[in-house]
Write a protein that binds this ligand. Structure first.
Ligand code: ZN
Length: 116
């Protein structure tokens, strides 16, 4: 985990700590309202690489408690195929739901489970 400062009081939080040593604020509290963005289609990825990147992005979004995950899939093969992985992730309850981004068919917006 990266070194970080507290969202609430600015105190330095050590990489291994999940809470601020001064005010006990959770280090990722602010992420609940944020979107983690990842592009899995524009780096010449193979489908297998894209699926691996999706998997890592979901793990990161869960670990760092992001509210949403924006998945940029482009308009090619990956877009259609990645839906199987998204369906599986939803079935496994790792994500809550997903839908194409409004006015942008080249991206999916994934709703993560809220931890509260
Ligand atoms: Zn603090």
């Amino acid at each position: 985990m990266p070194k970080d400062s507290c969202n609430n009081c600015g105190m330095l939080i050590q990489p291994e700590e999940l809470h601020c040593p001064k005010c006990d604020e959770h280090r990722y509290t602010k992420n609940h309202k944020k979107t983690l963005s990842i592009d899995i289609a524009h780096g010449r990825q193979t489908l297998a690489q894209a699926e691996q990147q999706l998997d890592q992005a979901i793990e990161k979004a869960i670990a760092e408690q992001f509210g949403k995950l924006k998945l940029i899939v482009g308009r090619g093969l990956i877009r259609g195929e990645i839906r199987h992985s998204l369906d599986a992730a939803q079935w496994q309850d790792r994500i809550r739901e997903y839908q194409p981004e409004k006015n942008n068919l080249g991206a999916y917006i994934i709703q993560m489970h809220s931890c509260h």
